[in-house]
Design a protein around this ligand. Structure first.
Ligand code: NAD
Length: 317
């Protein structure tokens, strides 16, 4: 990877893609070249103009332009946030099938350009679309990453921070599994600084309780539905989650993020792409961390992996 020039290509300049681009520009210093690609070329061009006009107020300079797939050739990361919306009467599998076709029209020219970096997928259902990217690109698994449960984990840490009245940065807790209805929180693994949350819950001198943890877990699981009901789509949070992962890769941070990664025997599963805590650095997924789940949590994990396997098996690639 070229460490002097950090180039990101964004494919899909809709709400999610542009929330990411806006966060990238505002945080500054993460990359110095951003290329925007969309099937709607006018939209990508307009977005590039709009972002460029804000650069004078930004933290660092960047080259931003609407480009072509050939621009992926020397990119470090290709972020995919392109997708089609569910049509009335369409099943989830129909949508998946159509999004897979969209992905074929994207991955083929990206790979043809000579791109040799890391794919980062945000399009839903993100775990399946990440696996589709892996299958179509034939890249090594460590270089194909989905945003997974990174946003769900951020939501969890925010809610737990609020509950325990501590900075969410001092909460170490993860949402794992499918980015969807079967995701869950391994409560046995939650830590406040270096103290197990389960220990805090058992302490009768405070009013914290397990019931509240389950309510928080439910709030995290249903957050997207609530936001969509209120404002039709979610995009700022995921835009910042993508930015976080891009920063971890380009900065070779070796940071732990719950991304969608391909399991190779971890948690007793193989092949499935699923949200798990991973160490992320310059070459993508450096390591998948295997948490010591309880039997009950392992059962939830297996169930979530099975949901994803079933969806993927229904696809024709
Ligand atoms: P959007 O409709 O605003 O944008 C989608 C963009 O994709 C549009 O600009 C469209 O022109 C483009 N596009 C469609 N087909 C294309 C193709 N073949 N090539 C290039 N571009 C193409 O949608 P959005 O709100 O930005 O959401 C994008 C995706 O992100 C959706 O799948 C959504 O479900 C997902 N999402 C993921 C998370 C997460 O946590 N992973 C959170 C929120 C949304």
């Amino acid at each position: 990877m070229n460490t002097d020039r950090r180039k990101v290509v964004l494919i899909g300049t809709g709400m999610v893609g542009m929330s990411f681009a806006y966060a990238l520009v505002n945080q500054g210093g993460i990359c110095n070249e951003l290329v925007l690609i969309d099937v709607n070329k006018g939209r990508a061009m307009g977005e590039a103009m709009d972002l460029n006009h804000g650069l004078a107020f930004g933290k660092s300079n960047m080259k931003i332009f609407a480009g072509e797939y050939s621009d992926c050739k020397d990119a470090d990361i290709v972020v995919i946030a392109a997708g089609v919306a569910q049509k009335e009467g369409e099943t989830r599998l129909d949508l998946l099938q159509r999004n897979s076709e969209v992905f074929r029209s994207i991955i083929t020219p990206v790979v043809k350009s000579g791109f040799d970096g890391i794919f980062l997928v945000a399009t839903n259902p993100v775990d399946i679309m990440t696996r589709v990217t892996y299958e179509l690109s034939r890249f090594g698994a460590s270089r194909v990453i989905g945003t997974g449960t990174s946003l769900d984990t951020a939501r969890l840490r925010y809610l737990l921070g609020d509950y325990f009245m501590v900075d969410p940065k001092n909460i170490h807790a993860y949402v794992i599994g499918e980015h969807g209805d079967s995701e869950f929180v391994p409560i046995s693994q939650m830590m406040l600084a270096t103290k197990h949350v389960s220990e805090i819950l058992e302490d009768e001198r405070n009013s914290y309780c397990l019931d509240d943890m389950q309510k928080i877990e439910e709030q995290v699981r249903t957050a997207a539905y609530k936001i969509i009901e209120a404002k039709r789509a979610t995009y700022y949070g995921i835009g910042m989650a993508i930015t976080r992962i891009v920063k971890a890769i380009l900065g070779d941070e070796n940071s732990v993020v719950t991304v969608s990664a391909k399991l190779c025997g971890e948690y007793g599963s193989k092949n499935v792409f699923i949200g798990v805590p991973c160490i992320i650095g310059r070459n993508g997924v450096k390591e998948i961390l295997e948490l010591s789940l309880t039997d009950d949590e392992m059962e939830k994990f297996r169930n979530s992996a099975a949901v994803l396997e079933e969806s993927f098996d229904g696809l024709q690639l």
